[in-house]
Design a protein around this ligand. Structure first.
Ligand code: GAR
Length: 196
């Protein structure tokens, strides 16, 4: 069984898609061992609790320096002994020490077709605002391995989504989630879990 740790910052709809995938059997050979959030009071933690998964918060606000936070985060990650770390809307830069320790064992979901609309400053709604500003007719989502760059690691899966007339960033975000993110993130985990 692949021990999967999910890291979140907000609502946790991608976390929910993973939980649902494990429950439905779409994701096999996988145990969800924990959820780490960098923010208190996020709905993702309630989703974890409802599914009986251990949830915890490691917040930069509780540390005096970034270095101390990074150490605290890595210690908490290690405590779950994960085989795979899934960044499901985790909007914190992953410390290099963690990337070294978990090389090729951290994956991320990004709400665009990489290499479009990715890199520093492109996260959440900003990605969809940029896609609409550019006037692209196709966007989508990407699951990729995390390396030391921002959104530069090897691509595992992508799915395209059509932009429609009258889309707002929020409407487009919702469609990208429903049609792409909630499908390819569980599928990527299942692929990794069954290729060991
Ligand atoms: C998702 O759209 C995810 O792709 C994005 O944050 C959202 C989290 O939603 N991640 C990034 O932008 C990473 N660069 P969720 O908490 O409902 O899963």
């Amino acid at each position: 069984m692949l021990r999967v740790l999910v890291m979140v910052s907000g609502g946790g709809t991608n976390l929910q898609a993973i939980i649902d995938g494990v429950h439905s059997g779409d994701i096999t050979n996988t145990e969800l061992v924990g959820v780490i959030s960098n923010n208190y009071d996020v709905y993702a933690l309630e989703r974890a609790a409802n599914a009986g998964i251990e949830g915890c918060v490691v917040s930069p606000k509780d540390y005096t320096t970034r270095e101390e936070f990074n150490k605290g985060l890595l210690a908490k990650v290690n405590s779950f002994k994960p085989d795979l770390i899934v960044l499901a809307g985790f909007l914190v830069v992953i410390p290099e020490t963690m990337i070294d320790e978990y090389e090729n064992r951290i994956i991320n979901i990004h709400p665009s077709l990489i290499p479009s609309f990715c890199g520093t400053g492109y996260y959440g709604l900003k990605v969809h605002e940029a896609a609409l500003d550019r006037g692209v007719k196709l966007t989508g989502a990407t699951v990729h391995y995390v390396d030391k760059g921002t959104d530069t690691g090897p691509i595992i899966m992508q799915k395209a989504v059509e932009v429609q007339e009258g889309d707002t960033p929020k409407i487009l975000q919702q469609r990208v989630m429903e049609e792409a993110e909630w499908k390819i993130l569980p599928a990527a985990i299942n692929k990794i879990a069954n290729s060991l």
